[in-house]
Design a protein around this ligand. Structure first.
Ligand SMILES: Nc1ncnc2c1ncn2[C@@H]1O[C@H](COP(=O)(O)OP(=O)(O)OP(=O)(O)O)[C@@H](O)[C@H]1O
Length: 920
């Protein structure tokens, strides 16, 4: 049985209980009923202070939560049972979720003391990865999405399925009320799904999803929820004109189903705090697919610099609202130049105003998670402390506005204007709730004095009674003449008058015995009893009234959800803009410039740095980049010389700029990119199910199909997953296609030195290389980029550095020498030759664009490095071509004819095997 089936097996009513159904005790019968009603989850059944599970579910709970498996015995049998304490449930629930279970909480919905017979229980909440709302189970810095995917329906005029490739995708963050919906063709919708990476997914009929790069829980949900009519009805509770919110039927189905499932999980109630449904088009953002997000290490580190990611470098946010917003901005950088410039203006204004930055940080750091607070208020889960936290946050709003008063940016002014101070809500909570309320809202002490006349009156009665009691001792001492007489109170017996045994003969007649102790007797008088009843009645009434008043205040606050959410929204944006400014100032980032609208310039970066690697490096060598639009830069150099770092830093600079942030460089002139593609070498990927080469080819196909003249493509050692000849052929053909047909700006790191002669016959293809100095057999990496191709890979030295045994290194060196002797290619061709003599290639030593671009300005083929490198590789090519001309020619012809953009991975493999056959 696989893991999914194992989990499913413990859902539903236990078969052994059903077998004796009519004989079950009322409580177990109730348990079996609830399990049948919620047969898609482990039902945790409240019994007093514990949540219990029985039979198979009990075994699963005991195993997963590491709690004792006990037994419950009654006349019908012995039932395995496992329980988790309610007070401490979060940690156990987390374990169950981690293990892939869905959990239904069946709680006692009436006071056990007031119940006559069996306590009423109902499932109040379904807890699943995408619907958790418990603060302890949520990550403060990340949105937790529940997603729904649906496919468009409807038939065209001639019966064709017109919308078959129309997909809708909706996500809801049940903890904050954020709801997003989008639609696109299948490929784009899947990409967006990977980008949003919901924790849980409900999938509509006919949507056959492929393996995803993340691992959401896939929850079966009633197909009817995806029907257009029923989706429209669900949505109409949230938007007066549902069809105006979405742009296709697929979107309607997706958002309807997502909301329906979210409601089901929250006890079938409308989510009042979902006040805005935001529809977006994926093309309105820089497209970063899951591969790009992963290989650029935006959120997850794949390297030895564990934990260091672009997000972690940027995350100087002061509050959870800002942290989540920063993540959202990084996942979806902008493509609208005006919007980018507006953010950049705001960051620049904050960079210029250190005081505003400091003030903002200070105020925002005492802001609570307003989005989740308001959601709890709406769900009626907020306690008095939550309302006070809301007030504390609103108290900061005027201060935040004040901090922005002197800043000069349109966006900051707009955000300032949208900061509604919500005085009404603030005053209501301030007047109603005491400043340091208890956790419980049913036991009084929550509502402030002066808020409600009736409550004050009742409290007055109780207070007068208590005062009467507190004076009673003195009065009775005087009346009886017993100086040691005491008045006291116990929970069980109430008020009493205590008289020690030696004084019992002086007790008046109206004293009635309440309790006998070893050295004394306790009494009460009719009047004391009357007062006591009065005090108790008043206290009970006060507690009940306080609870009602609290609920009223909470409901009033809930009606202002949309206004509060708007404030949360503005505070989140401000925190991110402030963070981008702080990071820019602390790390010496520069404001990027974008080519004016319509202008189609390339990427020019002066002294660029990798924002993450530079943190871990004592001395990071800045490098320039000058990539004309549509050019292909072939990047060669020894292993470990810095090729990957360089390529990624170019992409990260572009991404960060389109987020609206300053960039790690001296200066940068950039285009607005539509997509960033990355294909990182085979060995860097662990392919699931597919061969690594197959996966590499699929990703390449994806790039060749979808890249445009506005895209940036990073290819790292593409072709490495197969034989050298095939790999080189593919790399060459892909380079030519990207250059000739696609026109995407491309950086291609390769160890195929023969690829570098692709620069020979195409003006837009040029070579860059990384150098190393070899001194006394030791290699030092310079990490600086230079023009022209590299001619040596230093593989043997890297092997030596890595600790490969000396004899193996020696033998390898001999073999390389033998090969070199017979190949003119690796002779002293370029800067590396000089390095061999202990000198260093210093073409771009200072990393500035000026030094580097000098040669490039007139075309990349003009510099000295290029000439030398090309001459050397040209020699090799001629030699090789002379020997293998007919076979190579046939292979080249076949490749030229191959339409890669229209070739499936399988066809590519077949072609390769055919080409290999020709060569062999
Ligand atoms: N500009 C730089 N300044 C300082 N150190 C750098 C620089 N670039 C890279 N490094 C260091 O060199 C290491 C290797 O860099 P990188 O992985 O980019 O090399 P590579 O040429 O892509 O290697 P391979 O071909 O083996 O994949 C990095 O982890 C980093 O520590």
């Amino acid at each position: 049985m696989n893991a999914d089936a194992q989990r499913e097996a413990v859902y539903g009513a236990p078969p052994e209980m059903l077998a004796v159904r009519d004989d079950l005790t009322p409580m177990l019968s109730q348990y079996a009923d609830l399990c049948e009603e919620h047969d898609d989850a482990v039902v945790l059944f409240q019994v007093g202070d514990f949540y219990e599970a029985f039979c198979g579910a009990a075994e699963a709970v005991a195993r997963t939560c590491e709690v004792a498996l006990t037994q419950r015995e009654d006349s019908t049998g012995t039932w395995p049972m496992a329980g988790i304490p309610i007070d401490n449930a979060a940690g156990y629930l987390d374990r169950l979720l981690d293990a892939g279970y869905r959990v239904a909480l069946a709680e006692q919905v009436e006071d056990a003391e007031e119940a006559s017979g069996l306590v009423d229980r109902a499932v109040t909440q379904l807890i699943t990865p995408g619907t958790v709302v418990d603060e302890e189970l949520l990550d403060a810095g990340r949105a937790t999405y529940l997603g729904a995917v649906a496919r468009g329906g409807g038939e065209g005029e001639n019966g064709s399925d017109t919308q078959s490739d129309s997909y809708g995708l909706a996500v809801v963050d049940v903890s904050t009320g954020e709801c997003l919906v989008t639609g696109a063709d299948r490929a784009l919708a899947l990409e967006e799904l990977e980008r949003l990476a919901p924790a849980e997914l409900v999938v509509g009929p006919d949507c056959d999803l492929p393996d995803l790069s993340f691992d959401p829980m896939e929850t079966p949900f009633e197909p009817a929820a995806f029907d257009a009519d029923s989706a429209r009805e669900t949505l109409s509770a949230y938007a007066p004109r549902p069809d105006a919110v979405v742009e296709s039927e697929a979107e309607l189905r997706a958002v309807g189903a997502a909301l329906a499932y979210a409601e089901y999980a929250q006890g079938d109630a409308k989510l009042e705090y979902v006040t805005r449904i935001t529809r977006f088009d994926p093309r309105e953002f820089l497209q970063l697919d899951a591969t790009a997000i992963r290989s650029l290490e935006l959120f997850e580190s794949r390297s030895a610099r564990a934990g260091s990611t672009l997000f972690s470098v940027l995350d100087e946010t002061a509050c959870a609202l800002g942290r989540r917003r920063l993540e959202a901005w990084l996942r979806r950088p902008l493509v609208d130049r005006d919007e980018i410039e507006a953010r950049l203006d705001a960051v620049a204004a904050l960079c210029d105003d250190a005081l505003a930055r400091t003030d903002l940080r200070e105020h925002l750091s005492s802001v609570y998670d307003l989005e989740r607070l308001v959601a709890r208020v709406s769900r009626e889960r907020a306690d008095a402390r939550d309302l006070r936290s809301l007030k504390t946050t609103l108290d900061r709003v005027p201060e935040v506005r004040e901090a922005l008063a002197g800043t000069d940016s349109d966006l900051l002014s707009d955000l300032r204007d949208s900061l509604d101070e919500l005085e009404d809500v603030r005053d209501l909570v301030g007047d109603a709730v005491v400043s340091d309320p208890p956790q419980e809202i049913t036991e009084g002490g929550v509502i402030a004095e002066g808020f409600d006349a009736e409550l004050d009156d009742i409290r007055g009665t109780a207070e007068a009674g208590r005062e009467w009691v507190s004076n009673l001792e003195a009065r009775e001492q005087e009346r009886t003449g017993i100086d040691s007489l005491e008045v006291g109170y116990t929970q069980v017996h109430g008020y009493y008058i205590e008289v020690t045994n030696p004084n019992l003969d002086r007790v008046p007649d109206d004293y009635q015995r309440r309790q006998t102790l070893k050295n004394s007797e306790r009494f009460y008088t009719p009047e004391l009893k009357e007062r006591e009843d009065e005090i108790l009645r008043a206290s009970d009434r006060a507690d009940a009234l306080e609870y009602d008043l609290f609920c009223e205040v909470r409901a009033d606050v809930a009606t202002e959800s949309a206004r509060i959410q708007a404030v949360a929204d503005a505070l989140a944006d401000l925190d991110v803009l402030r963070t981008l400014a702080d990071v820019a100032m602390a790390n010496d980032y520069a404001r990027p410039e974008f080519h004016a609208g319509g202008e189609t310039g390339g990427i020019r970066i002066d002294a660029g740095r990798h924002p993450v690697v530079e943190r871990a490096q004592d001395e990071f060598v800045p490098n320039p980049a000058a990539l004309p639009r549509g050019s292909v830069a072939l990047v060669t150099g020894p292993n470990m010389s810095g090729k990957s770092t360089y390529m990624r830093q170019v992409a990260l600079v572009c991404v960060l700029a389109q987020v609206g942030g300053f960039v790690p460089a001296k200066s940068a002139q950039l285009p607005v990119l539509d997509r960033v593609f990355t294909r990182i070498g085979a060995s860097d990927d662990i392919a699931g199910g597919q061969s690594t080469f197959m996966r590499e080819m699929s990703e390449l196909t994806e790039i060749l199909h979808n890249a445009t003249g506005d895209s940036l493509v990073l290819l790292d050692e593409v072709g490495r997953g197969t034989s050298t000849a095939d790999g080189l052929a593919i790399a060459r053909a892909a380079t030519e296609f990207l250059h000739d047909e696609v026109g995407a700006t491309t950086l291609f790191a390769t160890h195929y030195h023969d690829l570098t002669d692709a620069a020979e016959d195409r003006e837009g293809v040029f070579n860059l290389h990384f150098t190393a100095a070899r001194r006394d057999g030791e290699v030092t990496f310079l990490h600086s980029v230079a023009d022209g191709p590299s001619s040596s890979s230093y593989g043997v030295e890297v092997a030596q550095l890595a600790g490969v045994p000396a004899s193996v290194v020696e033998r390898a060196r001999d073999l390389v020498d033998d090969a070199d002797a017979g190949t003119p290619n690796d002779s002293d061709a370029d800067g590396v030759a000089a390095a061999t003599n202990g000198e260093v290639d210093e073409t771009a030593e200072d990393g500035t664009l000026a030094a580097y671009v000098d040669g490039l300005e007139n075309g990349h083929g003009e510099s000295e490095h290029q000439k030398q490198g090309s001459a050397a590789t040209a020699t090799t090519a001629t030699t090789a071509t002379a020997e293998l001309a007919p076979e190579l020619e046939a292979v080249a012809e076949a490749l030229r004819e191959a339409d890669l953009a229209d070739t499936t991975p399988l066809e590519a493999l077949n072609l390769l095997s055919e080409l290999k056959g020709k060569l062999e």
